[in-house]
Design a protein. Structure first.
Length: 381
């Protein structure tokens, strides 16, 4: 069998109508069984370990599903494994099996799995909760390794630039930058630079810090955004040059700032699902802003408002008028364009707060632009 024919046989699944007339053997047959269990015509029932019969499916037994999860890791790379896990949970309703420790120990952790676990957290038995926390922690630590260094570098540079002053006191002069800024005024006959412009920094003090407020929508569609926002919140909280507040909301508001030292605690402090009251969340944030000109508010929401819409828009307008830099992210994830309330997005854009989806890789640049009060790097489309 040619490689092309083999691939078509795996795609088509081996039913009488697949048109290939060929059977698979060895590793290919095992791969076909794992695909049949999930994507076969009878995929909602049966056992993934029950042989190659078409429609074997994924049954409700955690041991059988755990074996299937082990099989797909044998045959497919991690990115494909994560996709198949997601399909198994979404297509076949296997969420309840994630409440069993042996199932959790078998899964390939990723952001979407964390979102599913968070949605189930209130129903988890005690013996499952610690296993679930270990799964979530693995994903969080991987994200921190990927995102923290770049966030600190990009945002730290922006904070330095925003703090720079051109009329510093003598002890606050940055002589290195001052000399480089005035090299065109070098007088060779005197062997010196005449500094027409002094560059320095304001004196370090708590009152000089930028304040960043992350307000995160807990509705079910925002699961991946909550994971990334919690990791970024922990990274920002570790930077001495900013103070960070993290607020999660549905129809109620929960301030998770005290838990920012551990994003896993933040995540298990959220509760996915329920209604959405953006206005109430913004009211809570607005009441705690003491230095508007040094504050950046980041609203992460699909903007489906269940509260008082006009009052929400008035709050955003009032915050901007007071000097707050306001950023609206429809999603903070690697997914495509999210579903969102276009009317509210348009209304916010009219107020000078454009709403757009943001990938985790772009988030440091968005925050740097907000801190420096320059145009945001809004993605096209």
């Amino acid at each position: 069998m040619t490689d092309t024919l083999r691939r078509w046989r795996l795609v088509l699944g081996g039913d009488d109508a697949d048109g290939t007339g060929h059977d698979l053997a060895g590793r290919d047959a095992g791969m076909d069984r794992t695909l049949t269990a999930l994507y076969g015509a009878g995929g909602a029932g049966g056992s993934p370990a029950g042989g190659a019969a078409r429609g074997a499916g994924l049954g409700g037994s955690a041991p059988r599903v755990a074996r299937w999860l082990g099989d797909i890791r044998t045959y497919f790379p991690s990115s494909v494994v994560q996709l198949m896990q997601r399909d198994a949970i979404d297509r076949l309703g296997l969420s309840s099996l994630l409440l069993e420790p042996e199932m959790l120990q078998a899964v390939e952790p990723d952001v979407h799995l964390v979102g599913t676990l968070l949605s189930l957290s209130k129903a988890m038995p005690d013996e499952t909760r610690e296993t679930a926390r270990a799964v979530v922690r693995k994903v969080v630590e991987d994200l921190e390794r990927r995102l923290s260094t770049r966030t600190r570098t990009v945002l730290g540079g922006a904070l330095d630039r925003s703090a720079r002053v051109n009329r510093p006191r003598h002890r606050d002069i940055d002589w290195d930058r001052t000399i480089r800024a005035n090299l065109k005024h070098y007088l060779p006959e005197h062997g010196t630079v005449v500094p027409e412009r002094l560059v320095g920094y304001g004196r370090a003090s708590r009152s000089a810090k930028k304040e960043i407020v992350l307000a995160i929508d807990q509705s079910g569609s925002m699961a991946a955004s909550i994971v990334y926002a919690s990791v970024f919140g922990a990274v920002l909280a570790s930077m001495r040059s900013v103070t960070t507040r993290l607020v999660a909301f549905d129809t109620a508001v929960v301030d998770l700032t005290d838990q920012l030292s551990d994003p896993v605690d933040v995540l298990f402090g959220t509760q996915l699902g329920g209604g959405t009251d953006i206005n109430r969340a913004l009211a809570y944030c607005q009441e705690r802003i003491t230095r508007p000109a040094d504050t950046v508010v980041v609203l992460i929401s699909d903007l489906y408002e269940g509260g008082i819409r006009d009052e929400m828009l008035r709050r955003v307008a009032a915050m901007k008028a007071s000097g707050v830099e306001f950023v609206t992210l429809l999603a903070l994830s690697d997914e495509g364009a999210p579903a969102y309330d276009r009317d509210n997005a348009t209304a916010l854009a009219t107020l000078g707060a454009p709403a757009f989806a943001c990938t985790p890789d772009l988030f440091p640049e968005v925050m740097a632009a907000a801190v420096e009060r320059r145009p945001l790097p809004v993605p096209e489309g």
